[in-house]
Design a protein around this ligand. Structure first.
Ligand code: NAD
Length: 263
């Protein structure tokens, strides 16, 4: 399928590894120029170099802490200076710590809110005016299956993904007439460092091996395996493409069947 993405410019947040990186690679394969960000400069630069060399597209890396508004302002300003416009915004950030309510402080909530909700608002606020002016834009938020079905021990994610989903649904209405779509993509358990970290946390808490935590999760997944980042990225590329022009305000899962709801 021709996705109609060639020549577009996409900003993919938190792209030095995991899902963000996989989305960046998939978009590069479709001929999209990229702005990538993450906190660690040398890691980010390695990823940018690799994608540039392998996919022959233009890639700008801007070290950014997504929990800081001033970093996001600098990111967008450098991106616009370099490419002149941003057609596609993929919001993403590191996952919040696994914990129960009584094990979290007010500061933990503020930090998670800055990273998972405020970063989405800041990025969108700065990118949206150009999309509206050009009457074309795609905003895709990487949320989680936790937006639809709460996950044990992940109260920060369960709460803040719901907030992003409410924001995205409302914004989708507000900007639909300008040719800008706003959607969310909900990863299920996908093979990245985040999942390995969660398995280590559970293993330490329950005195089991990390492999046992992984086995428990795969038993809950009808496909009986973790997802691959490339499988997630294929869906992301479709949702930001020309071909997905009539899809907005939706949350789409890539979860091997994990969610139990009917719609
Ligand atoms: P990951 O830990 O593999 O990668 C996270 C990326 O975020 C890295 O590039 C890291 O450098 C970057 N990052 C972290 N904190 C940052 C900050 N303050 N500023 C800038 N960059 C920062 O995680 P992942 O598996 O790719 O997950 C991405 C998102 O999807 C997370 O929010 C995660 O909770 C969510 N998610 C993942 C899964 C899964 O199974 N992998 C499932 C549901 C939801």
């Amino acid at each position: 399928m021709e996705l109609g993405l060639r020549g577009k410019v996409a900003l993919v947040a938190a792209a030095s590894r995991g899902l963000g990186r996989a989305v960046a690679e998939e978009l590069a394969s479709e001929g999209v120029s990229l702005i990538l960000c993450a906190r660690t400069e040398n890691l980010l630069e390695d990823v940018c170099c690799e994608i540039r060399e392998r996919k022959d597209v233009s890639v700008l890396g801007v070290p950014t802490d997504l929990s800081k508004t001033e970093d996001i302002e600098r990111l967008i300003s450098e991106a616009l200076k370099h490419f002149g416009q941003i057609d596609i915004l993929v919001t993403n950030a590191g996952g919040p710590p696994a914990a129960t309510f009584e094990n979290l402080s007010r500061d933990d909530w503020m930090q998670a809110t800055a990273l998972l909700l405020d970063s989405v608002l800041d990025l969108t606020r700065l990118v949206l005016p150009g999309m509206k002016e050009r009457r074309w834009g795609r905003i895709l938020n990487i949320t989680s299956i936790a937006a639809k079905q709460s996950v044990e021990n992940l109260i920060l994610s369960n709460s803040l993904r719901a907030a992003v989903t409410g924001f995205a649904k409302t914004l989708a209405d507000e900007v639909a007439a300008f040719g800008v779509t706003v959607n969310n993509i909900m990863p299920g358990y996908t093979r990245t460092e985040r999942v390995e970290q969660l398995a280590l946390t559970i293993a330490a808490k329950e005195g089991i091996e990390p492999a046992e935590a992984l086995t428990r999760w795969t038993a809950e997944i009808p496909m009986r395996r973790l997802g691959e980042p490339s499988e997630f990225a294929a869906l992301a590329a479709f949702l930001v493409s020309e071909r997905a022009g009539y899809i907005t305000g939706s949350s789409v899962a890539a979860d091997g069947g994990w969610l139990r709801s009917l719609v």
